[in-house]
Design a protein around this ligand. Structure first.
Ligand code: AMP
Ligand code: MG
Length: 643
């Protein structure tokens, strides 16, 4: 195999971007250019592989590179967090799409995606390393996971291979770029290391759509078709590679595996890595929140000061060491992300611990979906018979996953101020210390649970208030507006995301009279009307009209009567006109895969990246269809996990 090196090793050997000299230089560069740089110029690093232990079977890039590719297949890997492994070469790859937002966020200049370097890199045919000059050797991560509530053992990147980390010099954000569908690794278990076009299109579009909605997520840079990789699922399908990136690909499952194996030294090392090299250092993590701080805090989400609704209290008897603060940070991030899913009707579909991010990102796009008709029981996962990953269960499942993390970190957070004692580090927990340690860990997990709930609720209320056009929060909003709205949507089987967008466009003065409100009610109806049992058109209109009246009065309180245009604009800027629902993705897949249509993918990406537009100037008829009523028999679709 002949790998070409794309840049001199000096360019790619930023070991760490933390030293002040490098950081300063990057900040200076930010003022010089806003146009982006080339792939070769992009500062690259491998902090992950330089700080964490490699698979002992291939402990250097050279040893992995010399090994025949087939020897890098499935096996158990212990005492390590990754294996050096190169992508499998691909034959006649075709770049199908690139996200302009991703290019920009990575700091790449537009047009770079047309270069042969770029195309080869994202197709798995180039790496940033060669034997003479070195560089950065690709790797696959080792992790485990709890799947559907049962321990699944070692999992790991079975088909994802990370190429390098890169830092946008303008924002100083560092991302790990990886290829999904790049071939077998030691973590492939019984599978082929490949991804099919169908699921790759889904991931490519939805990760960028979530990002454009402001929801923390892993990202997609590009989609490459690998036409000759015939991948066997239920049938033979074309293969594909998504080049994707994230600030961190670490999962709760990464810690799970170490805990199950009793690797306390590596848990400590990994936790330290997360605090120091993934987050912005220990000092950036939340500190103890005291009651006094909370009382004096304003509408801020600074955990150092506490936020309204954060019911965290300082218990004098619990020492919160730095690992406890790390746990809090991870819990807080995930609380906010799951709140955003609930507020935007997004379901991940497989919230196993291996799909739950340490950084708080939406992670792993399998049988995900956006809600069509509001139904809290809905799960998009065809195999989820127990509804474990249904919409309504997402917050509690994320907490369930975080409790697993609490258990993995239990020894560290329970040790209190003894955590750095040499005897504790070297010899572990003594019998005499154990009860105290367990008691403290349990208390901290319980408290973080309270914090998770508070942060979740606070964020959920903030986003829902924003979606309903409110500027302030009132005690009664939850019951009178949020709950009653959701109950109405559920009872009448109306569309969740359309509801907010159509509400945004209503004119308040038209809702002053009962007649006006009953008239307006039908904007929320489907083409065929509404569903539900026991409603007539008159009673359906009555129920919506009643809610519209409460909403109108609350909006007037916040905006006054003279600013309705502004209110509409504000609401449209947070309520998407377009979300990539299952039926749209199915149509895109069908047209790309079976009909050779390439433009549909780009149009869908443009709509996903600008979801709040009224129109996009692409294909008017298609835009209207994609933003319009979901065809009756294509609502609430389900997907299987096979991808
Ligand atoms: P997922 O259901 O995508 O979260 O995957 C669960 C585990 O199965 C992860 O370790 C994946 O890397 C692995 N996996 C899924 N599909 C494949 C595949 N086609 N080849 C190799 N590993 C896979
Ligand atoms: Mg996964």
């Amino acid at each position: 195999m002949n790998f070409r090196v794309l840049a001199s090793p000096r360019n790619c050997m930023f070991r760490s971007l933390r030293p002040p000299s490098v950081r300063n230089r990057l900040i200076q560069m930010a003022h010089l250019s806003t146009a982006g740089i080339s792939l070769a110029e992009l500062p690259k690093s491998n902090v992950f592989t330089s700080k964490l232990p490699p698979d002992p079977a291939f402990d250097t890039p050279e040893s992995s590179h010399k090994a025949p590719r087939e020897t890098l297949g499935p096996r158990m890997v212990k005492g390590a967090l990754f294996t050096y492994v190169r992508p499998e070469q691909t034959d006649e790859p075709e770049l199908l799409g690139v996200s302009s937002k991703a290019m920009n966020d990575l700091g790449l200049k537009s047009g770079e995606e047309q270069t042969s370097q770029f195309k080869a890199l994202v197709a798995g045919n180039e790496i940033w390393w060669n034997e003479e000059q070195g560089g950065i050797y690709p790797w696959a991560q080792c992790y485990g996971g709890w799947q559907f509530g049962s321990w699944a053992g070692q999992l790991g990147d079975g088909r994802a291979i990370s190429l390098f980390e890169c830092t946008n010099p303008q924002t100083n954000t560092r991302n790990e770029l990886q290829l999904k569908g790049a071939g077998r690794t030691p973590y492939s278990r019984f599978a082929d290391g490949k991804a099919v076009l169908r699921s790759s299109i889904r991931e490519y579009v939805v990760s960028e759509a979530l990002s454009a909605l402001g929801i923390p997520t892993t990202r997609a840079l590009s989609l490459t078709l690998v036409p000759n990789a015939k991948v066997l699922r239920e049938r033979l399908e074309p293969g594909a590679i998504v080049a994707r990136f994230a600030e961190s690909w670490l999962r709760i499952g990464t810690f799970d595996l170490l805990r199950v194996r009793g690797d306390r030294e590596l848990i400590r090392k990994l936790a330290t890595y997360v605090a120091e090299d993934v987050f912005n250092g220990w000092e950036s993590l939340p500190a103890v929140v005291s009651l006094r701080d909370q009382q004096s805090s304003t509408q801020t989400d600074n955990p150092q000061r506490g936020i309204p609704g954060d019911q965290v209290q300082e218990h004098e008897d619990v020492q919160e060491n730095r690992f406890a603060r790390l746990y809090r940070e991870i819990a807080r991030r995930n609380a906010k992300t799951v709140a955003a899913w609930q507020a935007y009707g997004f379901m991940n579909g497989v919230l196993n611990t291996d799909n739950t991010s340490i950084y708080g990102l939406s992670l792993d796009y399998g049988p995900f979906a956006f809600m069509d008709n509001f139904d809290p029981q809905y799960t998009p996962n065809h195999d989820d018979h127990m509804l474990r990953y249904a919409y309504r269960n997402q917050p509690s499942i994320i907490w369930w996953n975080l409790v697993r993390l609490g258990e993995s970190l239990g020894e560290l957070i329970g040790a209190g101020n003894r955590v750095d004692h040499e005897s504790f580090i070297n010899d572990g927990v003594t019998e005499e210390f154990e009860p105290e340690l367990i008691k403290r860990a349990e208390k901290i997990i319980e408290r973080v649970g309270e914090e998770f709930k508070a942060v979740f609720l606070n964020e959920y209320k903030r986003l829902m208030g924003q979606r309903l056009g409110l500027k302030t929060q009132a005690e009664s909003d939850f019951q009178n507006l949020f709950s009653e709205m959701l109950d109405t949507l559920e009872a009448l089987e109306l569309d969740f995301n359309h509801f907010f967008r159509r509400l945004s466009g209503l004119t308040l003065s038209n809702l002053e009279s009962e007649v006006g409100r009953r008239e307006a009610a039908s904007v929320f109806f489907h083409a065929e009307g509404f569903g539900g049992i026991g409603y007539t058109e008159a009673t359906a209109r009555d129920r919506i009209a009643k809610w519209l009246d409460s909403w109108r009065l609350r909006v007037l309180e916040d905006w006054g009567p003279a600013n309705d245009g502004e209110r509409q604009k504000a609401m449209k800027s947070v309520n998407p006109n377009f979300v990539p629902r299952g039926w749209i993705l199915d149509e895109v897949i069908e047209r790309v895969e079976r009909k050779g249509d390439r433009d549909i993918l780009d149009r869908t990406m443009q709509m996903s990246l600008n979801p709040f537009n009224d129109e996009w100037g692409l294909d008017k008829q298609e835009e209207e269809r994609f933003c319009g009523d979901v065809p009756k028999y294509k609502r609430a679709m389900m997907c299987s996990c096979s991808s």
